[in-house]
Design a binder for this molecule. Structure first.
Ligand code: HSE
Length: 317
C-alpha cells in the first residue's frame, strides 16, 4: 500500500460565457498541489498551507481540501489518519476555481492512497462538499471539469448528471487575473433572481450553439455563441475597464472573451498558442491603462484533470 502521494488538480473556467453554473473547462496551468501522508493515529490534520497568505482555515471541517476527504472517509466508515500539506497556486477569490482545485486534489489523492475503491468520476459528490464549504453553494461547474478534465456540462443538479464534451484540437485559453478579489458569494448576491423570457431565449440559443460548436469543432459557431446576456452585464461592473479589454482582445483574434467564473479574472479562447500569448499581453496592457495589475496564464485546454506528481510505494510499518 502507498503511504504518501503528491498530486496536482487544475484551475478551471466556470460558466464559459453563456453556461452559468452548467458549463466549465479545466486549464493546464495554474493548479493546486496536495501532499497526503497516511498516519498510524486516526484523524485528518492539515499541517501546512503554502501560498494562501494565511487566509485559509486549517480546521479540517472548514477547508475545501479536507472536507471532501472527511466525507469520503465517512462514506466508507474508515478512520484512517492523514496528514495534509496544501500548496495553493490558484489564487483564492480569483474566479479560477481555486477551492475546486483543492477539493479535487484532496479527494483524488485520498482515493489513490486508499487503493482506489472509487472510480475517479464518482468522486464528484465528495469534491462538491468541499466547494460548498468554501463558498456556501455546491455549484459543480469548477469541480466537475477539475475532476474530469476538458469541458463538462452539468446537465442536471438533482439528480447530478454531468456530461464530458469533446474538446476541439486547436483550442487555447488565456486567463488574466487582476490583483483584485471578488468573493463568489458576493458576486452571486448581485444577480437578478428573475430573467426576461427574451434574454432566456438568447441564452438558450448560445449555450446550445456553444455545445454544438465544441462537438463539431466549429470554431466560428463557438465564437458566435460566446455571449452572455444575463450574468456578464451585471458582474462586469466589478471589473474595471472590462468592455475596453474585451474589445481589444476580440481585435487580437480571440474567439470570445468573458468573465471567468464569478470573476474578477477574465478568459479568452483562441485557436493558437501564439494568439493565446498575444491576448494575454493585450489583456495586461489594457488593464494597466486602468491602473490594474495582474498576471496572465495561457495553455491548451486540460483534458486529463488531476494527476499524480509523485507517490511512494512503501509499506506502512
Ligand atoms: N458558476 C459559479 C458562479 C462559478 O458564476 O457563481 C463560481 O466560480
Amino acid at each position: 500500500m502507498k503511504n504518501q502521494i503528491r498530486v496536482f488538480a487544475p484551475a478551471s473556467v466556470a460558466n464559459v460565457a453563456c453556461g452559468f453554473d452548467i458549463l466549465g473547462f479545466a486549464v493546464e496551468y495554474p493548479g493546486d498541489e496536495v501532499e497526503i501522508k497516511l498516519k498510524d493515529e486516526p484523524g485528518v490534520v492539515i499541517s501546512t498551507i503554502d501560498g494562501d497568505n494565511g487566509k485559509l482555515p486549517k480546521a479540517p471541517d472548514k477547508n475545501s481540501v479536507t472536507v471532501p476527504i472527511l466525507s469520503f472517509l465517512k462514506h466508507y466508515r474508515i478512520d484512517q489518519g492523514m496528514e495534509i500539506k496544501l500548496f495553493k497556486k490558484t489564487p483564492a477569490g480569483s474566479g479560477l476555481g481555486s477551492s475546486a482545485a483543492s477539493s479535487v486534489a484532496g479527494v483524488f489523492a485520498a482515493n489513490i492512497l486508499l487503493g482506489e475503491p472509487m472510480k475517479q468520476e464518482h468522486l464528484l459528490p465528495f469534491a462538491l462538499d468541499g466547494e460548498k464549504a468554501a463558498c456556501g453553494i455546491a455549484h459543480a461547474d469548477n469541480v466537475a471539469p477539475a475532476l474530469l478534465g476538458g469541458f463538462v456540462l452539468i446537465r442536471s443538479y438533482h439528480p447530478l448528471d454531468v456530461v464530458k464534451i469533446p474538446t476541439p484540437d486547436q483550442l487555447y485559453c488565456t486567463i488574466f487575473h487582476p490583483d483584485l478579489e471578488v468573493r463568489t458569494s458576493d458576486a452571486r448576491k448581485i444577480l437578478k433572481k428573475n430573467i426576461p423570457l427574451k434574454d432566456a431565449i438568447v441564452q438558450w440559443g448560445n449555450i446550445a450553439g456553444l455545445i454544438t460548436g465544441l462537438m463539431k469543432s466549429d470554431y466560428e459557431l463557438i465564437s458566435r455563441s460566446m455571449e452572455d446576456v444575463i450574468v456578464e452585464p451585471i458582474r462586469s461592473i466589478l471589473i474595471p475597464g472590462f468592455d475596453k479589454v474585451k474589445k481589444a482582445v476580440m481585435e487580437t483574434g480571440a474567439l470570445g472573451c468573458n468573465i471567468s467564473g464569478s470573476g474578477p479574472s477574465i478568459f479568452s479562447l483562441s485557436r493558437s498558442d501564439e494568439i493565446a500569448k498575444e491576448i494575454g499581453e493585450v489583456m495586461a496592457e489594457q488593464f494597466k491603462l486602468d491602473d490594474v495589475s495582474g498576471e496572465f496564464y495561457y495553455s491548451k485546454i486540460n483534458n486529463q484533470g488531476p494527476k499524480v506528481i509523485t507517490q511512494d510505494e512503501d509499506e506502512i510499518l
